[in-house]
Design a protein around this ligand. Structure first.
Ligand code: GUN
Length: 295
């Protein structure tokens, strides 16, 4: 069974991005800029944003972290976004989710200039994805990272049946739309399953490529997988574990040990899709810089 090693691929990709950023800097004397906004004190969100800032530093992207208190008004957050929209040194704007209850996530997403929406959450970017205009948009980082993994591992996708489990706006829906595209690493027949799907294992067992983003530890068991399938696990679930320093360990949505005896290839958790998400955020930020500078 092949392990789809997202950690290794993300390192390769980050090195490639770093080299590109250095060469553009030599030509233009400019570097890409990413604004990271976090509202409130959620420890998991703080850790994610810190990790994004650290990766920016490693590869030469200029990141600005804007930490706002949890009682921040929507008005102030929108004002902050508008300023960043108008700032030519900022090529990407990311507002870490979830946001406090007084702030409407859709209003915030709509306020970000679509040409700086490196998360790919704006309806204009999602619309371009659905229409297949990938050169005009940003694709949400997790689905984009999975496509990159399938591509770099030369997984055969053309005409294959891809089943996506999960219908979120940031993973399931863009993932299904990507796998539908007439691209080398896509061009699949696509089924989407979700919490109301009847007899879900009937569908998952049809999958040549099974992509699982449902947020339920160990949801996919070996009896739900077709022998030889490629299984991509997007889940990041905390399981209590007093033997670890943090008191928990991470598992995916797939029963890794069980399914590894049925699948032909699998992405592990941790070390699979997760590291690719940040690498693709960096790739989107560089893409935005290239578009802004006509490179
Ligand atoms: N919260 C969890 N994942 C993400 C992400 O990819 N982008 C943003 N903005 N918030 C998140």
């Amino acid at each position: 069974m092949l392990i789809i090693d997202g950690k290794k691929v993300s390192l390769e990709l980050k090195n490639e991005l770093k080299a590109s950023i250095e060469s553009y800097k030599a030509i233009t004397s400019k570097v890409p800029g990413l604004a990271l906004i976090i509202v409130g004190q959620d420890p998991a969100s703080q850790a994610y944003v810190r990790n994004k800032a650290k990766t920016c530093k490693e590869i030469g992207i200029n990141s600005t972290m804007i930490a706002m208190p949890s009682e921040t008004t929507q008005e102030l957050l929108l004002e902050t976004i508008h300023k960043l929209n108008d700032d030519p040194s900022v090529h990407g704007i990311l507002v870490q989710q979830p946001l406090p209850a007084q702030i409407d996530e859709l209003t915030v997403t709509l306020a970000i200039d679509p040409s700086k929406d490196v998360d790919g959450f704006h309806p204009e970017n999602l619309g371009h994805l659905v229409m297949g205009d990938l050169d005009k948009c940003f694709v949400s980082c997790t689905p984009f990272g999975i496509l990159e993994l399938l591509d770099r591992y030369a997984i055969e996708t053309k005409g294959k049946h891809c089943v996506v489990v999960g219908r979120s706006n940031i993973v399931g829906k863009p993932m299904a739309n990507l796998m539908l595209q007439k691209l080398d690493a896509a061009n699949c027949t696509v089924t989407i399953c979700h919490s109301a799907t009847e007899n879900i294992s009937f569908h998952t067992k049809q999958a040549d490529i099974l992509i699982v983003a449902i947020g339920h530890a160990g949801f996919i068991t070996p009896d739900m997988v077709k022998p030889g399938a490629v299984v991509i696990d997007v889940g990041i679930n905390r399981v209590d574990d007093p033997s670890t320093k943090n008191g928990y360990h991470l598992v995916g949505d797939v029963d890794f040990n069980g399914v590894s005896s049925v699948a032909s290839a699998m992405s592990p958790v941790p070390g699979g899709v997760g590291p690719m998400t940040i690498a693709m955020l960096m790739k989107n930020t560089l893409l935005s810089f290239q578009r802004f500078n006509g490179l």
